[in-house]
Ligand binder design. Structure first.
Ligand SMILES: [Zn+2]
Length: 235
């Protein structure tokens, strides 16, 4: 996602949507304005039909026992699992907890959570996978650690760009916390780079998103990256 595209996206959403919905974020996935109204079962049936056509076009024998159920299997996997994050009603329930330590210690305590993720690149519909480091300053409220994992999982289950996934995780967390002091860094491998094109099997891409204090304060960003290094070398 280019810088220009990012700012257009943000401007578009801020103009069009004041909801500050953490399932949508200020970096929305490009969804159709008037999508067809279909039940999950209807989506699965339609996708299975189209996937069957793809397999026929490739010259595969749909009567073969091993392939016969593949169209339905793929369709179900898309709707129920790989792209479940397109359904905003599946956004995880997240409660904020009062944080004791900030006031006792008298200064911020940076929290960093490491999460694995698997997503699909929206340009090729093949997997990208890696590690997300999600950091924030509690400012008197904290989020349960497992909820950060659920947040990462929710946005991963969409056709994605790594840059947008990074921004959506960060922005959703900021909206939930009610402040902008968040930092997210993703390191990922892309199957579309590994399996095709330049076929670099060891290539990795890193993306970062900083807002609030993390944007202003270079020392805080360094603390974030030192925290990531500690997590990498102790795991
Ligand atoms: Zn790709």
């Amino acid at each position: 996602m280019s810088k220009k595209a990012t700012s257009q996206h943000v401007t578009h959403l801020l103009n069009a949507c004041e909801s500050c919905n953490p399932a949508v974020t200020r970096y929305p996935t490009p969804l159709a304005q008037n999508p067809p109204q279909m039940t999950p079962e209807e989506k699965i049936a339609l996708i299975a039909d189209r996937f069957r056509d793809i397999m026929i076009a490739l010259g595969l024998d749909l009567d073969d026992e091993s392939l016969a159920k593949t169209p339905k299997r793929v369709a179900k996997m898309y709707v129920d699992e790989l792209f479940s994050g397109l359904d905003s009603t599946k956004f995880p329930e997240i409660e904020l907890l009062e944080e004791q330590c900030t006031s006792e210690v008298g200064h911020h305590s940076l929290i960093i959570t490491k999460c694995s993720f698997t997503s699909l690149c929206e340009h090729h519909f093949v997997p990208m996978y890696g590690t997300a480091f999600v950091g924030y300053l509690p400012n008197s409220k904290v989020i349960g650690l497992s909820k950060i994992h659920r947040l990462v999982q929710f946005f991963s289950k969409r056709p994605q760009l790594q840059e947008r996934l990074t921004a959506q995780i960060a922005d959703s967390l900021a909206l939930l916390l009610g402040h902008e002091n968040v930092a997210v860094s993703l390191s990922a491998q892309h199957s579309c780079v590994m399996m095709r094109g330049c076929r670099d099997e060891n290539g990795r891409t890193s993306t970062s998103y900083f807002s609030g204090e993390f944007k202003k304060d270079a020392a805080l960003r360094e603390e974030f990256f030192r925290g990531i290094e500690r997590q990498i070398y102790t795991s």
